[in-house]
Design a protein around this ligand. Structure first.
Ligand code: PYC
Length: 309
């Protein structure tokens, strides 16, 4: 299986160029549903140890449904599918540029939740214009064991997020264990109390937000696998901008700088969406880290990855 690895502001992406399953014809959403239904072992083998890591996002390139798109892509992590993925879309842009498949300018990329636009800038920088993002519920309060009441918004940015400013401790890299534990509890409580995204979707990401010197905010983001986002989370910050716009705190075109828990940054802005939400654009940097062939030797007991803890 031929792959190219990259990291976007610290968060890893593995683009699968060949050796993935045949998902047949149809929209990227239909092919993502087939991947989720029938190809667990493939996804796990790419993202889980010993070949992957808990933070790894796989990006399976598929032929686009429309000829004017540069590619279709299905994002997944060590526990399942992602609708969209901001850091991995920037990683995909830099990888496609590395392969000579795109140059400067704008390119359509089909994802299971809609078409996004990639724009390659100079050097290692790219932008992704995301799907329409919106807030579903404002100021939801849940009583979390060991933390007390936690209030936040439930919003969509290509994945589902709970976004709160109620912090268990400082958003500092030395507090990763405590932040992970707190956000896992928040996520479990939301689930136990019946809070979902649209259509009953699992709220699988939690964002903790704090003021920040030199940026508009700093975040810690819990991802579905239980790992944290090393980047400032493109879909999470899209969901945040949707909340700020809904509250009148951010106007179309206003710049927003989002810092991650490791100190890396995205630059964002938005325009109004067609359905009452916003269309965010996320700008960040990515670097190719490896071009490799993954091997799956007969008899390897961990050929489909080590089961998630
Ligand atoms: O950048 O959207 C993102 C993302 C989601 C999960 C990890 N990164």
């Amino acid at each position: 299986m031929r792959v190219i690895d990259s990291h976007t502001e610290g968060e890893p992406t593995r683009v699968i160029l060949s050796g993935g399953p045949d998902l047949g014809a149809g929209s990227v959403a239909e092919r993502a549903a087939r991947l989720a239904r029938a190809h667990d072992a493939f996804c796990n083998s790419v993202t889980r140890e010993p070949r992957g890591t808990e933070a790894m996002v796989g990006a399976l390139l598929v032929p686009p449904a429309h000829p004017d798109s540069v590619a279709g892509v299905i994002y997944f992590n060590a526990v399942g599918m992602l609708g969209m993925c901001g850091h991995a879309a920037i990683g995909t842009a830099i990888t496609l540029a590395h392969l000579g498949r795109i140059g400067p300018g704008q390119h359509r990329l089909e994802t299971p939740v809609g078409v996004v636009t990639l724009e390659l800038h100079s050097g290692h920088e790219a932008s992704v214009t995301n799907v329409e993002s919106y807030r579903l519920h404002k100021a939801v309060t849940v009583d979390v064991a060991g933390l007390g009441p936690v209030t936040g918004d439930i919003a969509w940015g290509g994945n589902w997020f709970f976004i709160t400013r109620d912090l268990p401790c400082a958003l500092d890299i030395t507090n990763i264990r405590q932040l992970t534990d707190a956000t896992l509890r928040i996520r479990r409580t939301l689930h136990d109390q019946g809070w979902t995204g649209a259509g009953g979707a699992w709220i699988d990401h939690v964002v903790l937000l704090a003021p920040c010197d030199g940026a508009d905010a700093r975040n810690f983001v819990l991802c579905p696998s239980g790992s944290y986002d090393r980047s400032p989370c493109g879909t999470g910050t899209s969901a945040l901008l949707a909340c700020l716009a809904a509250d009148g705190q951010l106007q179309p075109g206003d710049p927003w700088v989002q810092q991650s828990i490791i100190g890396s940054r995205y630059h964002l802005s938005h325009v109004a969406g067609r359905h009452g939400g916003i269309i965010p654009t996320i700008r960040g940097r990515a670097w190719v880290t490896a071009e490799a062939d993954l091997h799956f030797a007969p008899g390897d007991p961990y050929v489909a990855g080590i089961p998630a803890a």
